[in-house]
Design a protein around this ligand. Sequence first.
Ligand code: ATP
Length: 511
Amino acid sequence: MDFKNLVAHCKEYGFIFQSSEIYDGLSAVYDYGPYGVELKNNIKAYWWKSMVQMHENIVGIDAAIFMHPKTWKASGHVDAFNDPLVDNKDSKKRYRADQLIEGYAEKIEQKINKDVEKAREKYGEAFDEAQFRATNGRCIERQKQIDAILARLGAAMKAGDMEDLKAQIEEYEIACAESGSKNWTEVRQFNLMFNTQLGNIAGEEGKLYLRPETAQGIFVNFLNVQKSTRQKIPFGIAQIGKAFRNEIVARQFIFRMREFEQMEMQYFVRPGTEMEWYEYWKAARLKWHKALGTDDRKLRYHDHDNLAHYANAAVDIEFDFPFGFRELEGIHSRTDYDLTQHQELSGKKLQYFDPEQNENYIPYVVETSIGCDRMFLAVVSNALTEETVPDAEGQESTRVVMKIHPALAPVKIAVLPLLKNKEALTETATLIYNDLKKHFNCQYDEKDAIGRRYRRQDAIGTPYCVTIDFDTLEDGTVTIRDRDTLEQKRIKTEDIYNFVQEKVSFESLLG
Ligand code: ATP
């Protein structure tokens, strides 16, 4: 399904609304509706189960959003959490200079892809894409061009060379997408942290930041957690919580928001063992995504070409969103940078005594960091499908179905009396519903023809519907319908719980 329809579907079916919509909305801020909050909670529960509860040596915390302002000085966010900002003087639109340049490189890549597709059509079955890319003169030339553009961009970003970014925009003759104008301001650094003010202290002294990542709440609590839980290295601390970034360009729905939620885990390890753990978490996190049944071709690793100054290895897990492959999750080896910084600025020792080595040291950290909202978007875009299926009368009809893994589905089961004006049916259905709702998020629906009710459940991804008909009254069986296969079978009322529980449990995902 294309992106526009996906966004419309999310609104129509109560997954996601624009924030403050009646006031024309607040850009890059979204509210989760009744089904959205269920799905989001299930994503968080899957993450928490597999990261925290499945590991004896990983524990959770829930740190406050506000932190002492020195935290952000120590972490480097005050001085370096910037994006390069450029304004178009004619349209007054703001852009990230690096994204403009990346967009230019992407256009060249699209040309390569076009050539590849043309060749594929021409050569048919015999076509070898890798060989074509490696030997076709025009492809090679264009790829070289892309590599050079990205290398120069990377170098300028790393050096914080705003002048060179401006020079690149001019050299490539990049125009504003809105106005077509090439009339740009200078490129300047823009800090992404939101700030606010403490009530009882005036001026700079009372300046507070809304956290731009959850990780720092974990670093500053590292010893509190270690001592109170008597963890031995290696061990991890995990957290799910809100983060805020004043993104310059916030497009693409919930992919890039100004208020969002992160699920992060910092794993504290003995220095020198970090690469081992980096490889471990890199594999573990990809497995977590694949367990949901996501098409293998939609997930890939992307190694960072330019490492942040504190990292000695970093990789993204990218997902093929409706607008292309983009970062979904990051796995970073952060060395002892953060803890060392906090130790210096706070003057408090943040060292761990290793009883096996009989020495004190500042641990190294490997982190896994995923945006809950991006995961939501990945799940929905992977699941939302438009397809042709036979309807109740056996005629072909199209349906929109959200093929979400049952463990994540917002509603697990819908209870549907075949007819709404037959009291015996609605009474029995209500009894079944009242029992099931203790165990699962359920829906009772008696309105409209059964086919329409099925379609409504398909659209929100309900994996099972049970129908109560006259046979139910005779023999205590119901029809249970599978969302994906459309298979319907009769099972005993008392077996519904076990049948559904097995399918919607996280167990199958945890390996
Ligand atoms: P990007 O390059 O896309 O801005 P990032 O590299 O700055 O992302 P990290 O700082 O590594 O992102 O944050 C970890 C995760 O948090 C990302 O993988 C992403 O899933 C999520 N995330 C970051 N920024 C946003 C945002 N503005 N909106 C939604 N999710 C976000």
